[in-house]
Every structure is written in C-alpha cells, then in structure tokens.
Design a binder for this molecule. Structure first.
Ligand code: GLC
Length: 434
C-alpha cells in the first residue's frame, strides 16, 4: 500500500530524526519569572499591560545555552528545541516586528545563542514557535485567550484585523528561518479549530498554514515540521500521553514524537513537585522507541534561566543510563516479536533489546525466540545470560521447568537486578531471524 501522507515518508533529511529517538525541549520565557506555569497569563486572566511588566524584571543572567546543550548531549540527546515565542507573545529573538523581545529588553538574542551552542555540541537545532499570541493587538480573543471572560472582548474582536496578525506570524517565521542558519526542526504550537463557549477556535485558514508551510520549505528545504499547523506534515506529536501502539494514519505507520514534561508543566513551576521518577522517564523512553517514536523530554529553566537542580539531576541520570544503553535506543525501533509481561522490545538490525520494567525471579520466558538467539547478555555490563529451551510436552514438575509454549526461549537471570535503573538484555539474533 502506498501513501502520500508526509509523516509516512522517509527522506535522507528525515533520517537524523528517525534515528535520534531522544531530544530535549526547553520552555523559557517571561512566564519562567512568574514561575507558576507557562499558561499563567491565561489562568490568571492577566491584562497585557500588567503581564508586560515581566519583560522589565526578566533577567536571564544564568541562561547559558552552551551548558544546556552540553547537558543534552551528555544525556544522549541529539537534538533540542527552544521556545522562541510562547503564547504570551514575548520573543527570545531579534525581530523587526515587535519590540516585545529579549534584544530590546535584555540586550540578548537568546535564539542566536541557542543555535550557536547547539551546533557547537553537534546537536540538531530545533525551534518552537507559538501560533497563539496573547500580546498582539490583532490576535482575536477566543477560549484559549486570557480575555475569554472579559465582557468587552467580543466587541473588541470586531475591531481587530486578524490578517495583520497572520502577516506578523509569517514575517516572524521568515526571520527565524532566515537569520539563524540551518534550522533542522520547527515545532509549531498549536491549532484548535472548534467552537467552545461561543468562541471560534483557530486552524489552518487562520494561520494561512498552506502558505506558511511553503515558506518554511522554501527557506529551509531540509527542515522537519510538526503537524500543529492543522495540515498533514512530517510528524505527529502526542502530548503528555504515551500511545499504546506505533502511531498510524490510514493504517500506515507514521513518524511521531511524544513530548513529555517532568512535572506536568512546561515552563518553570516552582511549587509543582509532581515529578515523574527517573525510573518512569526511562520506561517512557523505552516504551516510545518500542513503538517507533521519539521522546522530546522537557525542562523549564528557572526565572534566571538556570537548569534547576532537579532537572539537572534527571538529565544526569538519563545520561548515566544512556551511556550504557544508547544502542538499545538510538537507531532502534519497534520489533515484530511479542515481549513477555512488564517488558518492551526495541530492535536495531539483528540486535533485539528487552527492557525489563520489573525484574522477575530467576527466569524470563521469551515466546517465539527458541532457536533464533545466538547470544544473550545484560547490556549494562556485557555479562552472558544462559539460555535454555524446555520440552513443551513436559509439565512443570518439582524442580523441572516446563509448561511453556512451543518455541519459547528461557533466560536464566541473576536474583538481583543489575544496578541500573532500567535493566536491558541484549539478544543477538541469527541473521535469518530478524
Ligand atoms: C501545549 C501547551 C504549551 C506547550 C506545548 C508543548 O500545546 O499549550 O504550553 O508549550 O503544549 O507541546
């Protein structure tokens, strides 16, 4: 079956993305100073003139793109994405179209710093750009706007000229894709073409998505773009949930990337400590790759731009695990073999990787693998695991193992799980078993 969906197509310039499997998302902006979620302006219905004051107090003295890039690389990530403008409209780049930006206010082009630092660490450069803009006067109020409950907003909408905002959006994207060298990945955010609470949402016609996409590809022919312009694009982006199988569109497997927070908030949220434990994060990573996806893991630098102590620890732990287990992740994808309970498989060529979420006692029975595995070992220390195939016709009895379906391979495990947060077993398949 052939398809025309772009997310099902593979090109030389999408290969880096398909093998990367792990990237870093960075949400940073004025909301990092408020430190209560990047949607703080929406939650608190803050008027623009009040919110604008954050631009005065925003002092990213500890924002160090090189340090972030270094942490990302050491965590085994090969790309990273920075919010160039979030829904609040404040721009972290030099733009001729508004003075509401970090060059005017802080004397720094954080996007320029970002691009340079990523390239210096050998990372692919990703930029996030919000389609929503709560600061622009021609951006009409809707249910996703801080003024949604303002009784004057409906009348005000009649005086706005949304096409002026559309021009602004296109002009800013042109700047981002012209002034900063090669941009590998562009993450637009987001469309909501539906009516809610009597407000019209926004979608492809509002953004001028078809033209905008054309512009991006013209300026950056090898760019990868997500699907949040409300038109089919290079990948789909499940957010804050894990798909239960490889993602498909019309039955075809598609390129996808799960973006995930560490505590439910993308921007720095000082008092929110609902952190996912590192064991969960690594399981989410293995789970994602086992379904052919990428994981874009987010950090929210604090009000000064520093990576928080917590996030730093998480990145270090991911890095420690990746140092030993990267080959089960980078360049790996789904396997056609069915894993036993509480495990997932990832596969790269004739290497099959069993990620063991919950260490069982004594043995692991692998259905369908009898006679297909040449060698088995723990990946963290390279130590061999003994393999057996038991007679399927014999019942299990006393000390005799049995009762496994035909074709089952049994691994003998040490009683104690290896000292790594997520143990992985590497199985080398015979060439004809792939
Ligand atoms: C959502 C949120 C936003 C966040 C993004 C990340 O669309 O609106 O705050 O930046 O997800 O994917």
């Amino acid at each position: 079956m052939s398809t025309h969906h772009p997310a099902a197509q593979h090109h030389p310039h999408t290969e880096w993305f398909d093998t990367a499997r792990l990237g870093l998302f960075v949400h940073f902006g004025l909301y990092s100073v408020a430190a209560r979620h990047e949607w703080v302006m929406w939650y608190e219905k803050t008027p623009v003139n009040e919110y604008e004051q954050y631009a005065e107090f925003f002092d990213p003295d500890l924002f160090d793109a090189r340090e972030i890039a270094k942490h990302a690389r050491e965590a085994g990530m090969t790309y990273a994405v920075l919010t160039t403008k979030h829904h609040d409209g404040f721009c972290l780049f030099d733009t001729a179209h508004t003075s509401y930006n970090s060059v005017q206010h802080q004397g720094r082009d954080l996007v320029a710093e970002w691009c340079k630092a990523l390239r210096a660490e050998g990372l692919k450069v990703g930029l996030y750009y919000s389609l929503l803009d709560w600061h622009h006067t021609d951006f009409t109020v809707d249910f996703n706007h801080p003024r949604r409950d303002d009784p004057t907003a409906r009348d005000d909408n009649a005086t706005k000229d949304f096409s002026r905002y559309r021009d602004y959006l296109h002009a800013q994207v042109r700047e981002l894709l012209t002034n900063y060298g090669t941009i590998d990945y562009l993450f637009f955010d987001f469309s909501y073409p539906r009516v809610e609470d009597g407000w019209e949402g926004k979608g492809r016609d509002d953004w001028g998505s078809v033209e905008l996409e054309r512009l991006c590809r013209e300026l950056q022919p090898t760019i990868i773009m997500n699907d949040r312009l409300d038109i089919p694009s290079d990948l789909v982006t499940p957010e804050q949930y894990q798909p239960t199988s490889p993602m498909t569109i019309d039955g075809e497997p598609v390129r996808w990337e799960a973006c995930q927070t560490l505590n439910g908030s993308w921007g720095y949220d000082r008092d929110n400590t609902s952190f996912k434990p590192i064991s969960m994060i690594l399981r989410m990573l293995a789970d994602t790759v086992s379904k052919n996806g990428n994981l874009l893991l987010n950090i929210g630098p604090d009000g000064r731009g520093a990576i928080t102590a917590h996030d730093r620890r998480i990145l270090q732990q991911v890095g420690e695990w990746m140092r030993l287990h990267a080959r089960a992740i980078v360049g790996a994808g789904a396997s056609s073999f069915t894993p036993p309970p509480n495990t997932v498989y990832t596969q790269r060529g004739n290497r099959l990787y069993l990620h063991v979420f919950d260490w069982p006692f004594g043995h692991l029975h692998l259905p369908g693998l009898a006679g297909k595995v040449r060698f088995a070992r723990l990946l963290n220390d390279g130590s061999e695991l003994r393999m057996d195939v038991h007679d399927p016709n014999k019942e299990a009895f006393a000390t005799r193992m049995g009762g496994q379906p035909e074709g089952t391979l049994t691994l003998t495990l040490p009683t104690r799980a290896p000292e790594t947060i997520l143990p992985v077993i590497e199985l080398i398949l015979s060439e004809d078993s792939k």
